[in-house]
Design a binder for this molecule. Structure first.
Ligand code: NAP
Length: 300
């Protein structure tokens, strides 16, 4: 099988680091990227990975030139893993514009700008896979998880539109809705938790702090196993051999349960309320792009 070249963002810890080791173990090449790579990715030197300094919040021109630098290392890139992200935790009432921008600059624009930088290469080659590390929190939320959760919802919308636009070029975006895995995502170092200033929210905040103590370091998911399954899917190997590439899939039993629960709940609403939901069109024949005889039902 042809050797693939992968570019992974955010490789200092967690999934990013696990991707690097697993990709190399499969015999592929990997460009491990991260901010302050000299120090933050020092542990990956000597693994066989190429190392590139890449802060996903850099301006587009810098990202474009970093991606060109990355392409030059092995002459191509086959798979982009949009992995870098962090969690901004705050109650919505207390989130100011700067905090929203901080969260979105990394988790949304960091992803869309890196993707934008690599698209000309993928389009030119008529080939490429782009993985988006979303979360079970793109299916549900919890108090104070709004900023992170909303950034992951946004990524799903982006990936979905991207698929509509670039599948014609044999470029395949895929979203992984990831459950709770034991990485540094919930560590005090990586989680930006804003202490509430509003007395009304204090009981909820204190309960969250207490609950958080039982999360970091205790998550059931093993990042190596998660990464191995995602690589199987992206390479259509192992359990994924012979199966079509999905657009979106949960990773981890907790994510599976949440996705199922949410889908069932929404389908139940659709079924139980169909008479109300579907009773809103003008009378008479459908017009224009919606005309009955229009190809594909006409919706554009
Ligand atoms: N673990 C889970 O339970 C879970 C669940 C759902 C989704 N996810 C997603 O999985 C992905 C990886 O997270 P993780 O769980 O492996 O957490 P992690 O151990 O905290 O890793 C996050 C990585 O993102 C990097 N990063 C943050 N901001 C960056 C920036 N501006 N430029 C470049 N890199 C940056 C961090 O680098 P620094 O060391 O420089 O900060 C770190 O390498 C994220 O997209 C996360 O949302 C994780």
């Amino acid at each position: 099988m042809t050797e693939l070249v992968w570019l992974v963002t955010g490789c200092s810890s967690g999934f990013g680091e696990a991707f690097v080791h697993s990709i190399l173990a499969r015999g592929d090449k990997v460009i491990a990227t991260g901010r302050n790579a000299e120090s933050r990715l020092a542990h990956l030197k000597g693994t066989g990975a190429a190392i590139l300094d890449l802060d996903v919040t850099s301006p587009q021109e810098i990202l474009n030139s970093k991606i060109q630098e990355a392409i030059a290392i092995y002459g191509k890139i086959d798979v982009l893993i949009n992995n870098a992200a962090y969690g901004e935790l705050a109650f919505l009432e207390e989130m100011d514009q700067k905090q929203w921008l901080d969260q979105f600059n990394t988790n949304f624009f960091g992803v869309t700008n890196v993707t934008r930088a690599i698209l000309p290469h993928f389009r030119g080659r008529r080939s490429g896979k782009i993985a988006f590390m979303s979360s079970l929190y793109s299916w549900k939320s919890d108090p104070a998880l709004g900023p992170y959760s909303i950034s992951k919802h946004a990524i799903v919308g982006y990936a979905s539109t991207l698929r509509d636009e670039v599948s014609q070029f044999n470029i395949h975006p895929i979203v992984f809705d990831i459950g709770h895995f034991r990485t540094k995502v919930s560590s005090p170092e990586n989680l930006h938790m804003h202490i509430t200033q509003l007395a009304d929210y204090e009981p909820m905040f204190n309960a969250l702090v207490q609950a958080a103590a039982g999360v970091d370091g205790f998550q059931p998911g093993d990042p190596k196993k998660g990464v191995d399954r995602m690589i199987d899917v992206l390479k259509q190997e192992g359990a994924a051999q012979g199966r079509p590439l999905p657009f979106r899939m949960p990773i981890g039993p907790d994510a599976l349960a949440i996705v199922r629960e949410q889908c069932h709940a929404l389908l139940k609403t659709c079924d139980e309320w169909e008479d109300v939901i579907a009773s809103t069109d003008f009378e008479g024949p459908k017009l224009g792009a919606w005309a009955e005889d229009t190809k594909d039902g006409g919706y554009v």
